[in-house]
Design a protein. Sequence first.
Lengths: 349, 797
Amino acid sequence: MDIKKVLNEATKEIEQSSNQLDLQNVKVAYLGKKGKITELLKSLKDLSLDEKKSTGAELNQLRGEVDNLIKIKFNQIKVEEINSKLRNESLDFSFPPPNSISPKVHPISKTFDEVITIFGSMGYSVAEGPDIETDYFNFSALNIPENHPAREMQDTFYIDDKDKDGKPFVLRTHTSPVQIRTLLNEKPPIKIIAPGRTYRCDSDSTHSPMFHQVEGLFINENANMGDLKGTLIEFCKQFFNVQDLKVRFRPSYFPFTEPSAEMDIAYTIVNNKIKLGQGDHWLEILGCGMVNPIVLENCNVDTKNFQGFAFGMGLDRITMLKYGLTDIRSFFSGNLNWIANNGFSIGDF
Amino acid sequence: MKFSYSWLCEHLETDKNATEIGDALTNIGLELESLSDYSSYSKFVVATIKDFKKHPNADRLNICKVDDGADTYQVICGANNVKKGLKGIFAKEGMYIPGTQIHLKKGKIRGETSEGMLLSERELNLSDDHEGIIELSENFKNGTSAVEALKLDDPIFEIGITPNRGDCLSIRGVARDLSAKGMGKLKPLKYEKIKKLEFESPISWSIKNDDNSCEYVVSRYFKDVNNTKSPEWLQKKLISLGLRPINALVDITNFITVDLGRPLHVFDADKVGKKLDMRLANSNEKILALDNKDYTLDVSSTVIADSNNALAIAGIIGGDHSGCTENTKNVFLEVAIFNPNSVAKTGRSLGINSDARYRFERGLDKNMVLEGLEYASYLINKICGGSVSKNTDAGKLDTNEHKIKYDFNYFNKVIGLDLEPQIQVKILKDLEFQINERSDNECDVLVPSWRNDVKNNIDIVEEIIRIYGYDNINVSVPSSSKDEIYNIENSLVNKKFKTISKLKKTLVSNGVSEVITFSFHSNRAQEILTGDTSLKISNAISDDQSFMRNSMIFNHLESAELNFKKGIKNIQLFEIGPIYNSSQSQENILSLLISSQDDTNSIYKSVNFNFYSLTELASKLISSLNFDIKQFNISRSTSNIYHPGQSAEVHMGKKLISRYGKVHPLIMEEFPKLKNTYAIELFFENLPIETISRINSINISDSQFQFSEKDFSFIFEKQQNLYEVQRYVTGIDKNLIKNVEFFDLYESKDLGDSSKSVTFRVTIQSKEKTLEEKDLEQLHKNILEKVSNKFKAKIRT
């Protein structure tokens, strides 16, 4: 009996199998119930004890080797079959995707979010008021009486409908009426910001009939002008992300604050772009001041015990400055390309 | 307001330069808007035309030989005032010409070389004059710089004056404020009083209106004047401010308006009656004003009138008929105090913005009435000659100065800066406030007559800190307190903004872009959506923005159309913002628009967006706020925004939570390019916002036991609301029924018009054990029986 011959024959037949069925047949032919190796093992019983021992070991090794070769071949055949199937499933990786607009959040939303977060960290909660206001809340209560020249500082939109005083409703020209609404509804201490839509009848590349402002109001026993300066400097440092920020407060006039100030930020022009923080040029950022006691009295606040400050800034303006955007009209055009180029993906929002 | 450095120096003795003055102006609240700087003009020099001849190829051009002191150049010039020996301003090739904004190039003009240019005033941006080239006096040497020759070394300031500072609407007022800042010393006014007031004025005044619109008026009559052109110094001053010199009398009044901030008016005395009245206008009274326009007055306006006509609109503008011309021989000068309110009201209703109105409505210095009268008399007499009458007046000049009791500590409390009383007092005195100290803490402050804006303690604090300097205020950052943090966490508005952020994130991650559009919509949108007509904007900029919107749908369709025109075929956008139901009701909603036009891309697009995709998106949005759309009542929408057969409305009780559907074809007729357009509106403010941050959806706790699925098919009435079926089936066994998912809807003729066949899959799972076959069968049977009984549904096999 030539074990080596059987091994050679089996190896050859395994090699020559090209599919699972052929291989299965080979397996049966050698290792099946009547297979060659099985038969050889059966014939062991006719041998002497010593022969049994030595031949048995050789035959078992042969069976193990053949079984192993079949397994290896089986795996080879399986991989080849899958590969051949996958070749038939091939798609055209080079077919380009459709042009799609990448969805973004509007830059103003990002600014809203940041303003609420930064002032929130300083203790300001958010308040709100309607866009359609009464003449009283938008002007008179804020110490802007009728025929006052300050009314002409702001071009007002009017609504046909009239309020209970018989005056036409106005589209609020600033977020300041929220100061009045809050002072009338809550007792000091008060610390709020009020972001929202505001309106003036004006339209060019720097003015839009609708724009956004945020109002701030802090009333307690002793909030003073140093606190006002500190609060706004801190806000600007965080918002514009400039630690070394050169600012200037200069006297101005708003009927509802006294003393009033405007805050400027220094900038330089680098490669035709505005760089905020340092330099000899100034950019107006916001208006602010100590709340005029007349306004507090209009809202029945005891001015002997309470005082504080207010500020208002254009959210579109600070957004434009921060991101170097130039035309406010594009903010509200609904142009999705503009949003895709200038907006923020949710990871950055 | 505009003024030159040299004019300022006529009122202010100062050693500060223009830049220092400019900085100081901003620091005291008179914001410097611009400071002209002509230093770059020193490259342009004086040059003489040595000789010239006609251009051989052009009638109107001359070839000039020009000498700039260093060299001679050939210059082609088209000016009609070219002559031999003329001294003008010369620019060499390569130089930048500010008025035309071009760099001069050496070149040939009609075949002849030109090596430079002789300049007009317009080319130097000095005026609009382009009649000819500048002609200078012969005294200038060739090569002298244009800055020196044209006296451009006098910088022009332009400053912004806030409405409270009427006192600074004059050069003297600005000088006075600067002197308080330590920028120099205010000089006394230089003029002489008329020595002899020779006669009684033949014209007299009476104030006939009793509404206080005119408090006082005073006049003088000037006899036998010679109203010529103004002297050069006066003309130059007016020109430096961009005003046009007219004649001496008019120029003098304009000059005093700017110099002292005191508007006054001159009548040609021969064109007015002998008795002049301050009276209210008659209804529909007409006047032709000096601006050559006819105005129709009403009874609220004050006029100056003789017995025949209105001669001037008080405090605003004079009448054309009674104005002074070069033929005027006798003059009646009027100086008055008009009420700021009535001037403002009349000025605004007539739409006249005059220098006089601007000053009157900001309040004038009452002490300047008589001084203005004297100053004007001096100038008229000096320039036009003649003799001057005694004063004639009416009303009462109340020059009582306002007194305020001031507490020095108030400054420290408001500003957060300990400023000693002595320093406070010094600043106030520099501002010409008079101080009577009462105690260490208090004083009486007497407000100068020109500071009508200073009325109480806080105004005094502002004056002190304005001069002391905002830069000197200590900076402190108030930190947040525990109470404040508690307030923020519990503020409904803060919660609302969090909700809004969540919605934005959900939408953007679902491929929808955020837009912000105006709160307005068009006449047409208003008509179609039948909004509240009282929401019309009375002074709208255009018909497209004439109403406050009661829906964002039109804005978004317009935006979709715009994007479509830019080539974007699949439009998905949303906005979170206000809509307006009436002037006293607005709400913030989410509005979303999906419009997919592109059906060519067969490879990437598998299923067209349809009503059911929209339902899925609406459900996702609501889940992102931790609510489950199935919790609510869902019915067909009755809104005229949507296709009546492809839309739905979600309600919680009576509150509308959402509407969605295909946009109504009638609306889409306005946007013919857009197809397959859907919208969702989410009225998120109607959700119980205080619980919005809590997990509030159906409990879907995991079970480790095997689950089983079973499909059920029923034939329902066509109108059957399947959300009801879903809710009912879920309720049959709340412990075992995990999920009811609808997946097939079938309508056909075989079923009849009033029926639909629906299949849903019920997932059954116990938390306690693996269910046995008989338990499942019992539950299946139960579902079949209950559903068919409850909804009169046929079981389909």
